[in-house]
Design a protein around this ligand. Structure first.
Ligand code: CP3
Length: 340
């Protein structure tokens, strides 16, 4: 197995900078679309052979240095007892959003083996077949809470912040329950064979530093310290992280994901030499001409040199409209320009 990605996560010297893309298995790939015409998204997530098949697609097509399990951050939310659907127009829809103590009390902390065996099965298939490391993942507690309270995607997170500000005790109780779920879920993924794990805190960037410190950070810290009992690298990604870096660096993550809105060198200056960084090309930069993509890749690689280590990635997920040849050119450029 090619272990460049794992070595970089541990801050070890590598022959080149490894690269993968958040949301790399997905709609921008015609090969993914072909599978999706046969099955709906949730069925795909719950059919281990198919989930494994689409997990491997970007490894073969783009030449990335790691695979990320094909699933969704909302799979454990369904296992906690909520009804989940994906609509083509609205994205995820969770009926009966969590807005009361009774609703929080009704949720269970699921046993992964019992309620999400397909995730563990997909991991086992992949470990037997992959030539690159496999990343498992979960949503981080605050981000999962936003979906469960809003019932889906949202613009201003009003219902979440209402619970946070009007019923902070209840919000903490809720986050505590989600955290126990996240920990158990990721530990089972590691046990099944995941070689690194990423916590996606996609919406923590909507919090002020003070609120992040109270409502997101403690639960991320607890998750990471439990996961540290295992030896796999832990990646923590906060989208829109610029204003939160001095808080984020209080976690014991091995790798910090950085979105594109912050200069990677400035981010490294703020977080110091303790962390490997992951990022941070603007996903829309993949719509530039190839020479311009290469210029940006070079610039980010140079800035990554100031960190303890660097895993190249986009600053957030790849967009469905992205031309595949541009994604491939980016991966190739990262490898070519970083060769040591
Ligand atoms: O990275 C990968 O390739 C692995 C698979 C993966 C998916 N979702 C597949 C997916 C991962 C790691 C996720 C994480 C995820 N899901 C996040 C965190 C990352 C981020 O982007 O911030 C979030 C917030 C979700 C929730 C979610 N899932 C939304 C809001 C949507 C609808 C909007 C969208 O991007 O499509 C999804 C659907 C989803 N998850 C798709 C895929 C491939 C598209 C479903 C389809 O095929 O129609």
């Amino acid at each position: 197995m090619k272990d460049t990605f794992l070595r970089a996560c541990r801050g070890e010297k590598t022959d080149y900078t490894p690269v993968w893309l958040m949301r790399q298995a997905g709609r921008y790939l015609p090969e993914y679309q072909a599978v999706r015409t046969e099955v709906d998204f949730l069925t795909l997530c719950k059919t281990p052979e198919l989930a494994a098949k689409v997990t491997k697609q970007p490894v073969d097509i783009l030449g990335v240095d790691a695979a990320i399990l094909f699933s969704d951050i909302l799979i454990p939310v369904e296992a906690m007892g909520m009804h989940l659907e994906f609509s083509d127009k609205k994205g995820p829809v969770l009926s009966d959003p969590v807005r009361s103590k009774a609703a929080v009390d009704r949720l269970v902390i699921p046993d992964t083996e019992d309620s999400m065996p397909f995730v563990l099965e997909a991991i086992k298939i992949l470990r037997a077949e992959l030539t690159v490391p496999l990343i498992g993942f979960s949503g981080a507690p605050f981000t999962l809470a936003t979906y469960m309270i809003e019932g889906g995607s949202t613009k201003n997170f009003l219902n979440t912040k209402k619970m946070m500000f009007q019923h902070p005790g209840l919000f903490h109780l809720f986050l505590d329950k989600i955290t126990s779920t996240v920990i158990a879920y990721l530990l089972s993924q590691i046990k099944a064979g995941a070689q690194a794990v990423q916590l996606f805190d996609s919406w923590a960037g909507v919090l002020s530093p003070e609120d992040y410190r109270e409502f997101a950070l403690p639960y991320v810290k607890r998750s990471i310290s439990e996961l540290k009992k295992e030896t796999v690298p832990i990646i923590y990604f906060v989208n829109d992280c610029a204003g939160l870096l001095s808080e984020i660096k209080k976690t014991r993550a091995d790798v910090l994901g950085v979105d594109w809105r912050v200069d990677l060198r400035d981010a490294v200056k703020k977080i110091g030499k303790k962390f490997v960084v992951q990022g941070n090309l603007d996903p829309c930069a993949l719509f530039l001409p190839k020479e311009k993509i290469e210029e940006r890749v070079k610039d980010i690689l140079w800035k990554g040199e100031f960190a303890r280590g660097h895993v190249f990635n986009l600053g957030h997920g790849i967009l469905p409209e992205t031309p595949v040849e541009n994604a491939r050119a980016m991966v190739e450029a990262v490898h070519r320009f970083s060769e040591r």
